[in-house]
Design a binder for this molecule. Structure first.
Ligand SMILES: [Zn+2]
Length: 147
């Protein structure tokens, strides 16, 4: 499998996992689900990031998200959902084809409870809230960097 650039486009077994599609997007179960019913929603076109997508493709992805929400409640008794996407290899994007992770959550499942992104996105472990001045400085730095 070393020559595969995009698993979603090049591995037929993944295409065969299709749950639903619309004009610009499709959804399928991920190969290593965190919880039962963990699905991925991807544009049909092979593009890596949000800004590579057209507004029609973005709308198509969220159209499927709405549809799947009802289906995952019915099929897996979902009581809530986690959504995530990784962008670039550095951030854990293993397939260079945009995909929104959608995880149906319910009491007693195998995922992390009381979801706290800071526990695994950055600086694992105990951490104090940043001082207000530091947060304002960060906000100002980003504002100055907006184009
Ligand atoms: Zn692809």
């Amino acid at each position: 499998m070393a020559d595969i650039r995009c698993a979603f486009c090049e591995i037929p077994a993944i295409r065969e996992r299709e749950i639903v599609r619309n004009e610009h997007a499709w959804a399928f179960p991920t190969n290593i689900p965190i919880v039962p019913g963990h699905v991925l929603i991807a544009p049909l076109r092979c593009v890596a990031t949000v800004e590579d997508m057209t507004s029609e493709e973005l709308a198509a992805i969220f159209g499927l998200q709405t549809k799947l929400k009802a289906a995952l409640k019915k099929a897996f008794g979902a009581e809530g959902f986690n959504y995530a996407w990784n962008e670039s290899k550095m951030a854990g994007q293993s397939v260079p084809h945009f995909h929104l992770h959608m995880l149906p959550r319910k009491a007693g499942d195998t995922g992390i409870y009381e979801y706290e992104p800071r526990q695994f996105l950055y600086r694992p472990g105990e951490r104090e809230a940043s001082p207000e001045e530091e947060l304002k400085a960060v906000a100002a730095l980003i504002t100055r960097s907006l184009t």
